[in-house]
Design a protein around this ligand. Structure first.
Ligand code: ZN
Length: 471
C-alpha cells in the first residue's frame, strides 16, 4: 500500500491510497473507529467528506455503506487509487493537526485500508515543505517512510515544522530522542536528563526494553493542555500554554508513557492482540493497563531520584485523593468500569456510578506491591509481577486474561488472593482502612482529617521503611 499525504492550507490533508487488488469484485475499504490508548469510539470518518476511486485513471464505483465502511467495485486487476480529504483539526495527542507552521499526523485517524490488509507493507509519502524538520519513529527520510505493515504506521505518529527541537542519547544499545515543537525553554537539559534517568531506571528494573528506538515527542500548544498517548516506539505529549512551566507534568507523563512500552504495547490483554480497529473491543483488564502504569509511572519518579521522597509521598497522596474523594463510594466495581470505558470512561459519567481505571487501578497496584513487600520483607514487589508478565505474555506475544493476571500474582504471593480480588477489584467496598493498614508497613500514615480531607504523612522514626519502599 502506498499512501501519499499532502497537507493543505484549508486545514485538510489530501490523501491518496494506491494498491494492487488481488482479485476483481467488491472490496471493503475501512477506517479505524478508535485508536489504541483511548478505548472509546471516535469515528474518525466524520472528518472525511467523500472517497473517490480510480483504476487506470478511470473513475470506479466506491459506495459508503456504513459510517466507516465503503464498498469498492474492482473490475480488473490493475492498480487502484482512492483519493479523499481528511479534516485534520483535532489538536490533541491522539488527533491530527494541519496548521500553517506545523503538521502533526496520527495516521490511525486518517488512513483507510482494504479489509484484512493490516499486515501488508506500507510506504508513506508526506509532502511537507522541503526545509521543514521532522520527528517520527517511522524509518525513512525526505518525506518517504517505509513500514513493515499498516499496524506499524498507525502506531507511529509524525511531527513536522520549520524548527523541531531534537536531543538524542543512547541507553545501552537503545537510541532515545526528545523531539518537539515549541519554545526552547521547554526542551531543557533538566527535562532530557530526567528522561534519561527514568529510561535507565525503568530498563534496569524490567531487565530489557522491547524497542530499539524510542522517541519522546512533544508539542507545546497555545492552549492550557495536558495529554499523552503511548506507542510502541514513541509517545506523543501535548502540553500548554507556552507560558507555563510544564516540567513536573512532563516528567510524570513521560514516565507513565514510557512504561506503556511494556504494559500494553508489549504485554497486552488477549482481547487487544491484535488490535481490531474497526469495532469496539470490550475487556475487563483496563485497570491492569492504566492502574499499574499510573502507580508505577509515579513510583519510578521517586525510586529513580528524579523527585525527592517527600515529593513522591505528595504525589501518591494526590492519586489516593483522586480515588477516595471523588469515587470512593461509587457503585461500580473496577471490572464494570473497565468494560464501561467505551461508554463513559473519559470525560464525565453519571454521578456516583464509575470508578477510574487509572486511580482505583493505581490503588489496587499499590496494594499488590505493598502486600508483596510486607509478606516478603521487600524481597518481592510489583517488579516480580511485571517481569513475569513480560516473560510469560509480552515476550511470547501471548495475550493475557484477568484470570491469567490473578494466577500470576498469586504465584508470586505464594497464596490465594481470592478474597482480595473480590473486595478490591470485583466489588465496590470501602478500602480506606485496608490501604491505611498496608501503608503503615512502609512508614506512611494515611488518614482522614476532621474536614474529611485525606492526609499521608511520613511516620516519625520510620525512615528506613519508607526508604525500602522506594527501592
Ligand atoms: Zn496510560
Amino acid at each position: 500500500m502506498i499512501y501519499t499525504i499532502r497537507p493543505s492550507e484549508d486545514g485538510f490533508l489530501n490523501i491518496d491510497l494506491e494498491f494492487l487488488p488481488s482479485r476483481t469484485g467488491t472490496w471493503e475499504i475501512l477506517l479505524p473507529i478508535w485508536r489504541p490508548g483511548r478505548y472509546q469510539s471516535q469515528h474518525f470518518a466524520k472528518n472525511i467528506p467523500s472517497l473517490h476511486a480510480y483504476s487506470s485513471e478511470k473513475a470506479c464505483s466506491i459506495q459508503k455503506v456504513a459510517s466507516s465502511v465503503w464498498h469498492l467495485e474492482v473490475r480488473d486487476v490493475s492498480p487502484v487509487r482512492i483519493s479523499y480529504r481528511y479534516w485534520a483539526q483535532q489538536a490533541d495527542a491522539g488527533g491530527s493537526v494541519v496548521e500553517a507552521d506545523m503538521l502533526y499526523i496520527n495516521f490511525i485517524n486518517c488512513l483507510i485500508f482494504p479489509k484484512a490488509w493490516e499486515n501488508k507493507a506500507c510506504t508513506v509519502r508526506i509532502d511537507h515543505p522541503a526545509d521543514w524538520q521532522t520527528a517520527t519513529s517511522l524509518r525513512g527520510k525526505q518525506g518517504i517512510y517505509q513500514a513493515k505493515n499498516y499496524r506499524q504506521v498507525v502506531d507511529s505518529p509524525f511531527l513536522a515544522a520549520p524548527k523541531v527541537f531534537s536531543h538524542a542519547w543512547k541507553q545501552g544499545k537503545i537510541h532515545f530522542f526528545l523531539e518537539g515543537i515549541g519554545p526552547a525553554m521547554h526542551f531543557s537539559k533538566r527535562l532530557w536528563q530526567a528522561y534519561q534517568q527514568l529510561a535507565a531506571f525503568q530498563i534496569q528494573w524490567m531487565g530489557d526494553f522491547p524497542a530499539k528506538n524510542y522517541h519522546f515527542l512533544l508539542w507545546i500548544c497555545p492552549k492550557p493542555f495536558y495529554h499523552g498517548v503511548e506507542h510502541t516506539q514513541s509517545t506523543m505529549m501535548v502540553m500548554g500554554p507556552p507560558e507555563r512551566d510544564c516540567y513536573e507534568d512532563l516528567i510524570g507523563l513521560g514516565s507513565h508513557e514510557l512504561f506503556h512500552v511494556w504494559n500494553v504495547a508489549t504485554i497486552r490483554p488477549k482481547a487487544l492482540l491484535p488490535y481490531s480497529y474497526t469495532k469496539e473491543v470490550y475487556f475487563d483488564t483496563a485497570w491492569v493497563i492504566e492502574g499499574i502504569t499510573t502507580y508505577l509511572g509515579d513510583w519510578f519518579l521517586g525510586a529513580s531520584g528524579v523527585i525527592s521522597r517527600e515529593e513522591y509521598v505528595a504525589c501518591l497522596l494526590g492519586n489516593l485523593k483522586l480515588h477516595f474523594e471523588r469515587d470512593g463510594r461509587s457503585e461500580q466495581s473496577l471490572l464494570e468500569s473497565s468494560v464501561d470505558i467505551w461508554l463513559d470512561g473519559y470525560g464525565s459519567a453519571l454521578p456516583g456510578k464509575r470508578v477510574s481505571i487509572y486511580y482505583k487501578g493505581a490503588l489496587v497496584a499499590l496494594a499488590i506491591d505493598l502486600m508483596l513487600r510486607k509478606k516478603f520483607s521487600h524481597a518481592k514487589s510489583m517488579r516480580d509481577v511485571m517481569r513475569l508478565m513480560q516473560a510469560r505474555f509480552g515476550n511470547l506475544k501471548q495475550g493475557y486474561t484477568r484470570q491469567d493476571f490473578y494466577v500470576l500474582v498469586e504465584e508470586i504471593y505464594e497464596e490465594s488472593l481470592a478474597d482480595f480480588w473480590q473486595k478490591w477489584v470485583e466489588s465496590a467496598q470501602a478500602l480506606e482502612a485496608d490501604i491505611a493498614e498496608l501503608l503503615g508497613h512502609v512508614g506512611l500514615h494515611f488518614y482522614q482529617g476532621e474536614e474529611g480531607q485525606f492526609h499521608l504523612d511520613l511516620i516519625p522514626d520510620s525512615e528506613e521503611l519508607a526508604h525500602a519502599f522506594l527501592r
